[in-house]
Design a protein around this ligand. Structure first.
Ligand code: MN
Length: 338
């Protein structure tokens, strides 16, 4: 099916309803937020009643993306009035379990659910979705939908979409970065987006606790499987002491795969008794999804996450051998494979 046909179908689906709720995964990131703000603009411009509602509030350092404060959250005691009878559009997320309490607005048969996402893999019981795992960000999908409809962007929407693209392509470095990605970014810059200001805004603004967290993490750094796996652990109590949030550790796990021998990096975080969250990163041909899927985790081949229903020690013991199976022969890192 051609891309235009997919956008035509998606637009037809969205136009068929008047009341929509745009949501994204818990701990919204720039791609989820950018996609929400872009689609919200498109829907409102088309006369629709659009509400952006997430489980979690927008992290303070990302609030600059939403100057009009369109993004609401259940966390900030948002009044539930007006949430009923809406078609729920899940952006940058195909897993209803990652929506937190927003899931309660979705009908059991998912008939009022539309998914727009670019993650790898999608549950088979979805009726209505727009999925393209070859695209580097959901913001690009929303951009292309806006272009399909023929609506002029605004500087604020251009900025939000640009942030999503930059974040999810790792500043145009990751594998899913297409020639079209650069063309879209170029077009967004024409609306006055300042790439240097955006890069600084997205990569800084963290509390100093991020540095102390690194100190603790690296003190406990472990390497296994002939230095092909690197991992470290942080607890909820550490984070409380350092006065930091999960978002404040964003990207730290990426550092683990910088050395030439390391193929897989893991950040284990103790959330509560009997629950260990793992953020995973890998290089090139190393596909991590087979390790996380049995636990209900997901994401991208080289960047994903999972919650393991065990205390930290047992989680590490059980999960490391599973992750080890994802390692590949070093020869797979030749230029063709990567
Ligand atoms: Mn994304």
């Amino acid at each position: 099916m051609s891309t235009d046909t997919l956008y035509a179908q998606l637009w037809e689906r969205l136009q068929a309803v008047d009341r929509l709720m745009l949501t994204t995964h818990r701990n919204p990131d720039p791609d989820g937020l950018g996609a929400q703000l872009g689609l919200d603009y498109l829907l409102r411009s088309s006369g629709k009643d659009s509400l952006i509602l997430n489980h979690d509030a927008v992290f303070a350092r990302l609030r600059f993306l939403d100057p009009e404060r369109r993004v609401r959250s259940l966390q900030e005691d948002y009044s539930p009035d007006g949430t009923q009878n809406r078609t729920v559009v899940s952006l940058d997320n195909s897993d209803t379990n990652r929506l937190g309490d927003i899931g309660r607005f979705i009908e059991p048969d998912k008939s009022n659910l539309v998914v727009i996402d670019h993650h790898d893999g999608i549950p088979s019981d979805y009726h209505t979705y727009f999925l393209n795992a070859d695209i580097g960000s959901t913001a690009e999908i929303v951009y292309e939908l806006i272009q399909y409809v023929g609506l002029e962007l605004t500087p604020a929407v251009a900025r939000a979409l640009y942030a999503g693209i930059v974040q999810d392509t790792g500043h145009f470095r990751f594998k899913k970065t297409r020639p079209e990605t650069h063309r879209i970014a170029a077009h967004l810059l024409e609306y006055g987006v300042d790439s240097a200001v955006m890069a600084e805004a997205l990569d800084s603004g963290f509390p100093v606790g991020r540095l102390y967290a690194r100190q603790r993490l690296y003190e406990g750094l472990q390497l296994s499987a002939n230095e092909r796996i690197a991992w470290f652990v942080i607890s909820q109590q550490d984070m409380r002491e350092l006065n930091i949030d999960w978002d404040d550790l964003d990207g730290v796990v990426n550092e683990l795969i910088e050395p030439d021998t390391v193929q897989i990096g893991l950040l284990f975080t103790i959330r509560e008794t009997g629950k260990t969250r793992v953020s995973l990163r890998s290089r090139g041909p190393v596909d991590l999804l087979p390790a996380v899927r049995p636990y209900g985790g997901g994401g991208h081949k080289n960047a994903c996450g999972v919650t393991i229903p065990l205390d930290i020690d047992r989680a590490v013991r059980e999960f490391l051998p599973i992750v080890e199976k994802c390692l590949v022969e070093t020869s797979a890192f030749d230029s063709n494979a990567v």
